[in-house]
Design a protein around this ligand. Structure first.
Ligand code: G3H
Ligand code: ZN
Length: 281
């Protein structure tokens, strides 16, 4: 069933577990994420990035409607989140297109401009009932170049959350977007200090590059929403390659898309079960 992201994240935070938020590019991604979550018996968040909207010729409504419909028919709670939104115009379409939450990404701006733009977006979002996430301390890899050295300062983060009124904060703690290998090392002490400083749920971006033990430790230290994108695309593409290589005469896309969807669903199930059980030290 469709459930606002804020409710899913609040429940995960309360129980000390993490919730997976998976990036959706095609309808098969959305179907796979929900199947994977149902198989794990866990809530999940479907998220569509501004980049993915660009891929769909800049049209938010069709892919959002598909994802929302898939969320509504699910047997587990499924949130719908608009991710890495830079465009105010796109941000303002979110509520009408069925999203329960948005990540407003002003992290490329200088601190004061980030605060001003985010505070304005939060005001507009809250008027429409949206839960708003934003980012402080730019997390690397958004332009393909990894910058794992960047860190979010806890005192600045506390001031930022107070000044903007955001509902959740994405922080730079060692992860980086679009990593093809799972070799990122996180700063767990910093995660705990950020958790204590900001008072809103923390969000880990670039989680595909983070190994299982590091993800568990991150949830234990205070990360709640765990964003995963590249891992699904790796599973999708590897499955398509394998299916096509095994049958060079194949023409029906449903054959290789079925393999891709199954591979993504397995990835989702494994991640959600991992995040559900952050082991105690
Ligand atoms: O917002 C989306 C995530 O940060 C996904 O990052 O593709 O590196 O897993 P990833
Ligand atoms: Zn991200």
């Amino acid at each position: 069933m469709f459930t606002p992201t804020g409710e899913i994240v609040a429940a995960a935070r309360e129980s000390g577990s993490g919730v997976g938020a998976f990036n959706v590019i095609t309808i098969e991604h959305a179907e796979a994420v929900v199947t994977g979550a149902e198989n794990a018996g866990r809530p999940v968040v479907l998220q569509i990035s501004e980049n993915a909207v660009r891929f769909h010729h800049g049209r938010l409504a069709p892919i959002a409607a598909a994802a929302r419909s898939i969320a509504e028919s699910s047997s587990v709670p499924v949130g719908l989140h608009l991710d890495h939104v830079v465009s105010d115009e796109l941000f303002d379409q979110a509520a009408a297109c069925g999203f329960g939450s948005v990540m407003y990404d002003a992290s490329l701006l200088a601190y004061e401009q980030n605060v001003a733009a985010t505070a304005a977006a939060v005001r507009r979002g809250h008027e429409r009932g949206l839960w708003v996430e934003s980012e402080l301390g730019e997390i690397g890899g958004k332009d393909g170049a990894h910058a794992p050295g960047v860190r979010t300062d806890p005192a600045e983060a506390a001031a930022y959350v107070a000044a903007t009124g955001v509902d959740a904060l994405a922080v730079a703690v060692g992860s980086s977007h679009a990593m093809a290998t799972r070799t990122a090392r996180l700063d767990h002490d910093l995660i705990a200090r950020l958790r204590d400083a900001v008072g809103v749920p923390l969000v880990l971006h670039g989680s595909s590059g983070v190994p299982d033990d590091e993800l568990r430790a991150a949830v234990r230290a205070g990360m709640v929403k765990i964003n995963i994108g590249t891992a699904l695309n790796k599973a999708f593409t590897a499955a398509v390659r394998e299916t096509l290589a095994a049958d060079p005469k194949l023409t029906d896309p449903r054959r290789y898309l079925t393999s891709a969807r199954d591979a993504m669903a397995e990835t989702v199930t494994a991640a959600l079960l991992l995040l559900a059980q952050p082991v105690t030290p």
